[in-house]
Write a protein that binds this ligand. Structure first.
Ligand SMILES: [Zn+2]
Length: 71
């Protein structure tokens, strides 16, 4: 069990593609969280996460996969 209070005050996440800050928001229609890149040329998105923490973990692993692709 890891603690949930990891950086509650600054959820500054970066898009794995273009390094912009992405917003994580709750989708009230599905009761899940999603992150979305604001870059129009990028449009990276992830959705269906049960919590902000899950979204962050997914974003980090997404980034790792992306970086590995370009090794
Ligand atoms: Zn992006």
């Amino acid at each position: 069990m890891t603690r949930e209070n990891v950086g509650d005050t600054r959820w500054g996440w970066c898009c794995p593609h273009c390094n912009r800050d992405v917003d994580v928001v709750k989708d009230p229609s599905t009761d899940t969280f999603r992150w979305e890149c604001p870059g129009e040329a990028c449009r990276a998105v992830g959705f269906g996460f049960s919590s902000r923490r899950q979204a962050r973990i997914a974003l980090l692993s997404y980034r790792k996969r992306y970086e590995n692709t370009y090794r």
